[in-house]
Ligand binder design. Structure first.
Ligand code: MRU
Length: 349
């Protein structure tokens, strides 16, 4: 991609974001200067995708720290306030609290303000750099199992816009294309926010990856009547037993895949695996405003006064998942064991 969805401008302590709400019609950037602005951008989905919101939040903490230092304010008080505002921005993606926990481990530790500021700077950049490396490693793991000619089914947007650089599931599709595989991807629209139609197609067009946008309801039909080799999605939180919370409609896609013998894979950085959450039932599912369903681009599509219900994520039971592709390898069922083994192996390095 010729641009980054998220970029830290160090000299000015500005977080520069592509306004994802305006894509694909307009590519314009916002320059955010406070944690409250960043929390607002996470909540209204100017920046979205689990890894991207974690990175944005980490830089929000760095902004707060620099602001407090500049104003001679109490660092801990300012950071604790920023932490609370950012943490509350969206509930489902664990990457948000994961990144904030990493930053908190730094700022709640010992050291004078100057040392803490330098350490927060390093940690935010480390979180950003790790995301780039982890995404590349996920693609490398996936390439090991893909046939030369491969047709994907993908949901939502999990590419460069949802991360710092390559992306997870969409990154796999792009990497397969760049590695010379004969790739085709069905990209579902992803109602109600249309991340597939608006964002994933925008990215794939840039990289020349052959694809077609399809409506969400077409997945079972396409899998029954066309050759689809693999469904691959991203995730917002993986429970310890392998249940996966991801964009609403992921569960439907997994059911369609199961009924048609299409292997269903989840691309997940280890940071998205939440070992403190036992099962998918324990994951908080964000409910968003009815207006996302009742109007498209501000144009009402339902009768005035029509009620709606808008859960933004769902939980796909682990029994429907063939593999969870992480930077350290592909976890296979039973996930309660394979994910834990992967975590332990990582800790011993
Ligand atoms: O509501 P969104 O657009 O933030 O939801 C995004 C998803 O569900 C993605 O699949 C997930 O965050 C993984 S992005 C690499």
């Amino acid at each position: 991609m010729g641009f980054r969805a998220i970029e830290w401008l160090d000299d000015s302590s500005i977080l520069k974001l592509i306004d994802q709400k305006a894509l694909p019609q307009q590519v314009h950037y916002l320059e955010l200067t406070t944690p409250a602005e960043i929390a607002g951008a996470i909540h209204d989905m100017t920046v979205r995708g689990a890894p991207a919101i974690g990175v944005a939040a980490a830089f929000g903490i760095l902004q707060a720290a620099r602001g407090a230092a500049g104003a001679g304010e109490d660092l801990q008080a300012r950071l604790s306030e920023a932490d609370a505002v950012l943490r509350a921005a969206r509930p489902t993606a664990v990457n948000l609290s994961w990144a904030l926990n990493r930053m908190r481990a730094v700022w709640s530790g010992a050291g004078d303000s100057e040392a803490l500021l330098a350490a927060l700077d390093r940690e935010a950049r480390r979180i950003e750099a790790e995301d780039i490396a982890v995404n590349r490693a996920i693609s490398e793991q996936a390439l090991k199992i893909l046939p030369r000619k491969v047709t994907f089914f993908h949901h939502c947007n999990t590419g460069s816009l949802a991360t710092v650089d390559l992306g997870t599931a969409l990154g796999i599709i792009r990497s397969a294309h760049e590695a010379g595989h004969e790739v085709f991807a069905y990209i579902d629209e992803t109602r109600p926010r249309l991340q597939g139609a608006k964002l994933s197609s925008f990215e794939l067009l840039q990289f020349g990856v052959p694809h077609a946008i399809v409506v969400d309801g077409a997945s079972a039909h396409i899998m029954r009547t066309r050759d689809v080799d693999i469904a691959v999605v991203g995730c917002d939180r993986v429970a310890a037993n392998g249940d996966v919370a991801n964009k609403i409609g992921t569960y439907n896609l997994a059911l369609a895949a199961a009924d048609n013998g299409v292997p269903f894979y989840v691309a997940a950085p280890m940071s998205t695996i939440d070992f403190s959450t036992a099962t998918g039932d324990d994951i908080e599912i964000e409910e968003r405003d009815d207006s996302e369903i009742l109007a498209i681009n501000g144009q009402s599509i339902a009768p005035d006064g029509a009620p709606a219900f808008n859960p933004a994520f769902d939980v796909t039971p682990h029994r429907l998942i063939a593999g969870i592709i992480t930077e350290h390898g592909i976890a296979r069922p039973p996930f309660a064991e394979s994910l834990l083994a992967m975590k332990r192996a990582q800790e011993t390095f």
